[in-house]
Design a protein around this ligand. Structure first.
Ligand SMILES: Cc1ncc(COP(=O)(O)O)c(C=O)c1O
Length: 565
């Protein structure tokens, strides 16, 4: 039988199409395999599910027994809650008054107040435990509110407070003094910038620097540069990692639009490396090294602490090994490796995460503390990647400007901060840093264990999180007991404690005493009672049932649940 040339061409084309489809199918399967099974790993699904979650809340009766605790326990909890409420009213009166007055016109404050605890409990907590959102002053490791109460600061101002607040008062003041003569001249640089660049290139081991106004903007520009130089569209971020609030790096809940050019892959997984090896559209990989404390989980906030399932898994050597393997694949595939050190830079080591984990990135973003107390975002990078134009194609540029970039006051304070890093006092803080903070965590955990309290801390150096050993619905209450003991947390509560390095042993012992006292009081007030058959899974299942019941209008038969349609 004779086969015509046309038929041959047709078969050839068909075989080509089948082969291409198989390759595409394989790549698609590899991508699916590289997604973390949690909702954090499935941004689109997470957004869809979030849009279905109905609002409902517990009334005053159910609030204290949402886990079906016996009446005796519910009464204990109520008494404890009312005692705390009275204490808050008497102790935080002025701070709470100004907060209530201002909150109506501060949308950010309304948001953070509403999301301190799981939404089912939020209203009653806001009504009774008004602590306030204002502080008057800082002193050493303490914050002082409008009523004169002194708190040990465990919030760390989102990580800015590395060396202690007094230190930043100094860098801010001296920074301003150094540039006063120039004032708010923007465009031309103050000469101090030259020294900043010299120091930052030395610290980062990279060739060039650009300055931005916030960490979010530095990340935006780093990704833009990677896209410009590789000619590829997609960025890879790892499940749970925060990189600021720009849409492309926040593909899930919180962003009204889907991020179409973002892949969210499993952290520390060979499956993710396979995707990097097989896709040709990946411009860069973003790594937030603080994820090493809780790979694949989002920033741990008390608003989602409906059970005791918060887990950590810090293993420095294992994470370093993962970064080395990631580095090798990025090099092989010409993918830009970006370390987002906006939070951990300067905190883990003088040379940041690159030094701590022993892995070099192509671009590194810094922020927070490096502004010496003022707003900042910085990129340090390889010369070829930092370039924003092409010599041979003058109209093909990568634009990035910003009115306040390189503001003289910020540059002055940054210089004061960077100079401090060379002083013997600050160098001493970095000596045996992990040993010091690990020992503190160990001591506190031993005390909690000895008293049979169902709380533990886990840490990566001075970045801590609180975990719970019992499957309770009320673990988020601890933040209110901690405040009553004079410990100030950020709005995400016990999910993240950030210590400044100037905490002395005696400061820390005072914090530990108060922490244990708070946990004791919470235990005494019955919040950690739990049904012996309860598990974290059964709690989540019960909550899901409540949501479904509410969603489909069957709540009327469930006593104790207030609902609004
Ligand atoms: C790792 C990381 N990247 C980016 C950002 C965003 O920085 P900024 O809040 O200055 O925009 C943050 C802020 O918390 C961060 O922790």
């Amino acid at each position: 039988m004779e086969i015509s040339g046309t038929a041959l061409a047709f078969y050839g084309l068909g075989a080509g199409v089948v082969a291409a489809s198989l390759v595409a199918l394989r790549r698609r399967l590899l991508l699916s395999k590289a997604k973390h099974p949690s909702l954090n790993g499935h941004a689109r699904m997470a957004r869809r599910i979030a849009s279905l979650v109905p609002f409902y809340e517990y009334d005053e009766r159910r609030f204290f027994c949402s886990d079906n605790a016996p009446a005796k326990i519910a009464a204990l909890r109520r008494d404890g809650f009312m005692r705390l409420s009275a204490l808050y009213a008497s102790r935080f009166g002025e701070t709470a008054r100004l907060t209530a007055q201002a909150a109506g016109a501060i949308s950010d404050l309304q948001f953070t107040q509403a999301y301190r605890v799981p939404f089912q409990y939020s209203r009653l907590v806001r009504e009774h435990l008004r602590s306030g959102a204002f502080m008057q002053s800082s002193d050493g490791v303490m914050l002082i509110d409008l009523d004169g109460n002194r708190f040990y600061d465990l919030g760390g101002s989102y990580g800015i407070n590395l060396l202690g607040y007094d230190c930043y008062k100094g860098t801010m003041e001296r920074g301003l003094a150094r540039v006063r003569e120039l004032g708010a001249v923007l465009g031309p640089y103050h000469p101090v910038i030259a020294d900043n660049v010299k120091r930052l290139t030395r610290i980062s081991g990279l060739d060039e620097v650009s300055f931005h106004m916030s960490g979010t903007e530095a990340v935006m520009q780093a990704v833009r540069l990677a896209r410009y130089h590789t000619g590829r569209s997609h960025l890879v971020r790892f499940c749970g990692a925060y990189h600021g609030w720009w849409g492309d790096v926040q593909p899930g809940i919180g962003n009204p639009l889907p991020a179409r050019e973002t892949y969210t892959l499993k952290d520390a997984s060979e499956d993710s490396l396979r995707v990097l090896r097989t896709r040709r559209n990946i411009a860069c990989v973003l790594v937030n090294p603080s994820q090493a404390l809780h790979p694949n989980a989002g920033p741990p906030a008390d608003s989602s602490l409906v059970d005791g399932a918060r887990r950590t898994g810090f293993d420095r050597e294992a994470y370093a090994d993962w970064l080395r393997r990631l580095r090798a694949v990025c090099t092989q595939r010409n993918i830009v490796l970006i370390f987002d050190e906006i939070f951990v830079g300067f905190r883990l080591a003088l040379g940041g995460a690159q030094e701590y984990f022993g892995v070099r990135a192509d671009l590194v973003t810094y922020g927070k503390t490096v502004g010496g107390g003022f707003p900042i975002g910085v990129i340090c990078g390889r010369r070829d990647l930092m370039k924003r134009f092409r010599d041979d194609r003058p109209a093909d540029i990568c634009f990035a400007r910003g009115t306040f970039n390189s503001h003289p006051v910020v540059m002055g304070a940054m210089n004061e901060f960077l100079q401090l890093l060379d002083t013997p006092e600050v160098l001493a803080l970095y000596r045996d840093l992990d040993e010091r903070w690990d020992a503190r965590a160990k001591r506190l955990n031993a005390r909690l264990r000895d008293e049979f309290l169902p709380v533990r801390v886990a840490n990566m150096s001075s970045i801590w999180t609180v975990c719970y050993t019992r499957p309770s619905r009320y673990n988020w209450m601890l933040q209110y007991y901690l405040r009553a003991e004079g410990l100030a947390l950020s709005w995400i509560g016990t999910g993240r404690l950030i210590f400044s390095l100037n905490y002395s042993d005696s400061d820390f012992e005072a914090v530990a005493d108060r922490f244990v006292a708070a946990a004791r009081a919470m235990e005494r007030d019955g919040w950690w009672w739990c049904d012996p058959s309860a598990t974290n899974r059964s709690i989540r299942r019960d909550i899901l049932k409540e949501m479904i019941a509410h969603r489909f209008g069957r709540v009327a038969r469930k006593p104790g649940i207030d609902h609004q349609d």
